[in-house]
Design a protein around this ligand. Structure first.
Ligand code: GLV
Ligand code: MN
Ligand code: MN
Ligand code: MN
Length: 371
């Protein structure tokens, strides 16, 4: 950011901002950005394209002699992925001032029992909880936010369209569930006398699929991405099981219905299998977000100006934009990625497509900064 001539600042939770002052500096700025953290065994495009892309878009606008009126800002958000603390979009949730978020963050621990505050301190961010209220931005702090991202789905590549413009982001929810049984020796405890927490977890994973499919909509998706058994030895009946379940839909009510059914199944399974349902935690149950018409329109005009075909689409993945939408009109620019692969090592987007996305972003930022 510094070498692109931006003035850099960080907030207490580690969101990093790079600003290019416009001639009408007192008016709300236009922002763009994404995240650079990643899930394990991920690719290197998810998020990163939106951070480097925004810096490059501004760098190019500067070197072309463009003079912004509204200031332009790049934001690199803290911890978009939920991997470490089980909750995604920590930086953008904090910026959006989500109610109750301070309490959520106070309870956040990783698998080594390291709290968020401790982890932040190690990274040089002190007294995060105390400072969190100040991180929140007021509604209207920015006049628009736009995020460049790889599509993470196959549509653009399949249809040969270089640019997607996002009109809505699907509603994500995530759950943490723990079962506890008696455990015991895998040879010595006879089948009728077992309370196998692992099998309860397996049944619940299947119930998630069943309830999602029963919604009858292709837009409803559910994933049990974490299933850990304790003590995790071949000759020991699982005494504890830990599941993390992700459920999403573009329709919030339908998503909530599935969450409720999963909760009912979790209890029923515990009774049938004579194990304890130790925990059923709804970690987050976020509403969907809709893009701001004026931001979508600016992106559409930018694509047209560049002669790049575009498609209006919804985002099934969540992004920091989901939370920025709470405080400012937002939109997203998608570029195709190889076979729609994402959250896997062979994630790939071509230079040509990324360049297309960055150009659309640059022209969109330019247009919005003059508005
Ligand atoms: C964020 O990466 C998501 O899971 O959509
Ligand atoms: Mn991701
Ligand atoms: Mn991402
Ligand atoms: Mn994401």
């Amino acid at each position: 950011m510094k070498s692109a001539g931006l003035s850099v600042r960080e907030d207490a939770i580690g969101n990093i901002f790079g600003r290019w002052d416009g001639s009408e500096n007192s008016r709300e700025a236009i922002a763009s950005g994404s995240h650079i953290d990643a899930i394990p065994y991920a690719g290197k495009y998810d998020g990163v394209v939106g951070v480097l892309g925004a810096i490059e878009a501004i760098r190019v606008l500067r070197s072309s002699g463009f003079k912004p009126r509204r200031s332009l800002e790049v934001i690199m958000f803290t911890s978009e992925e939920p991997t470490r603390f089980g909750l995604g979009c920590l930086g953008s949730r904090a910026l959006a001032g989500q109610a109750g978020f301070v309490d959520v963050l106070k309870k956040a621990i990783d698998i080594h029992n390291i709290s968020f505050a401790e982890a932040a301190k190690t990274a040089g961010y002190f007294e995060v909880h105390e400072k969190l209220e100040k991180v929140a931005l007021l509604k209207g702090a920015y006049s628009a936010f736009i995020e460049l991202h790889i599509e993470q789905g196959p549509t653009l590549e399949k249809e040969g369209i270089p640019v997607g413009i996002v009109t809505a982001i699907a509603a994500p929810a995530s759950l943490k569930v723990e079962y506890k049984g008696n455990g015991g020796h895998a040879g010595a405890v006879l089948m009728p006398f077992r309370n196998d927490a692992g099998l309860a977890a397996a049944e619940l994973a299947l119930a998630v699929e069943e309830h999602v499919l029963a919604s009858g909509s292709l837009d409803t998706v559910g994933t049990t991405g974490v299933l850990e058994l304790h003590p995790g030895a071949i000759n020991s009946i699982p005494r504890e099981a830990h599941l993390e379940i992700d459920i999403r839909d573009i329709d919030e009510k339908r998503r909530d219905m599935v969450v409720e059914k999963v909760q009912q199944s979790a209890s029923k399974i515990a009774i049938n299998r004579r194990v304890q349902l130790e925990n059923f935690i709804i970690v987050n149950q976020d509403p969907p977000a809709h893009s701001g018409e004026e931001v979508v329109e600016a992106a559409v005009l930018a694509a047209q100006q560049l002669g790049l075909q575009h498609k209006l689409m919804i985002s099934r993945a969540y992004h920091d934009s989901l939370f920025m939408a709470r405080i400012t009109p937002m939109a997203m620019i998608f570029v195709p990625c190889y076979r729609g692969y994402s959250h896997r090592l062979d994630e790939y987007a071509s230079e040509e497509d990324i360049v297309g996305g960055v150009k659309v972003l640059a022209l969109t930022l330019a247009r919005l900064s003059l508005s």
